[in-house]
Design a protein around this ligand. Sequence first.
Ligand SMILES: C[S@@+](CC[C@H](N)C(=O)[O-])C[C@H]1O[C@@H](n2cnc3c(N)ncnc32)[C@H](O)[C@@H]1O
Length: 264
Amino acid sequence: MRADEIHKINRDGWDRRVEEQDTWTCPVSPEDIRRARAGEWSVVLTPNKAVPKNWFGELKGKDVLCLASGGGQQGPILAAAGANVVVFDASARQLAQDEAVSRRDALSLSIEQGFMHDLSAFADGQFDLIFHPVSNCYAPEIRPVWRECYRVLRPGGVLLAGFMNPIVYVFDSEAAEYEQLIVKFPLPYSDIADRPPDVLQRIVERDHTVEFSHTLEEQIGGQLEAGFVLTHMFEDRDHGLPENGRSRYFPTCMATRALKPSAR
Ligand SMILES: C[S@@+](CC[C@H](N)C(=O)[O-])C[C@H]1O[C@@H](n2cnc3c(N)ncnc32)[C@H](O)[C@@H]1O
């Protein structure tokens, strides 16, 4: 399957997930925005852990790109905390959630639709901070994403990224919803390449989206190759603990803080 076909499946799939009110599509409340305006806020790059405040630095007046981060969640909170935010996402319905919160609460937030590997809508050095929660599992190639992030950040700018621990994809996700951890797939894994057509069809009908594991070399090495310097990282586990089996054994996601150096 061609990359553009994959992007469209995932774009339309996230539109469907908005209709189904998936957790990652439900906007923040007016009370969340009121608290964020008063300085009480937190956001996630991964399912559970709040990103440490010192990863952001001063937010007031900063130009922030929320990358593949639609759904009316992190973008509106960061705008209420004082940033000028652009939310960029493939899904028009996810972006509509951000636009609705922005209008409701009069935030400094705009939206832009597109695919994360192509940030040509933005100028070189346009942003101070990029906030990129777990979403690159929906992109077949991620090195172009890191390169584009580097380009659109100012020198001294910061990239905060969440992504899946690739080991998650070794296990057969069809096996009793993770209660049985059956080792099945060599890495890197791709729903498209590693599933027979009937199973792939079942996955797309159920989840509406397709995923790719990516290696740590692509995730971390890719950021370093793009020119970033890593300054911090943490690991996290799935939503809904302790029911979710795999999170009992290992952290399922991680987050990194990377700096575009002022002079290379
Ligand atoms: C798990 S959600 C992340 C957003 C959410 N606000 C959060 O808290 O994590 C994944 C997002 O990535 C977006 N997405 C998927 N593939 C994309 C792509 N190739 N380019 C841009 N956005 C994409 C989806 O539309 C969806 O909004």
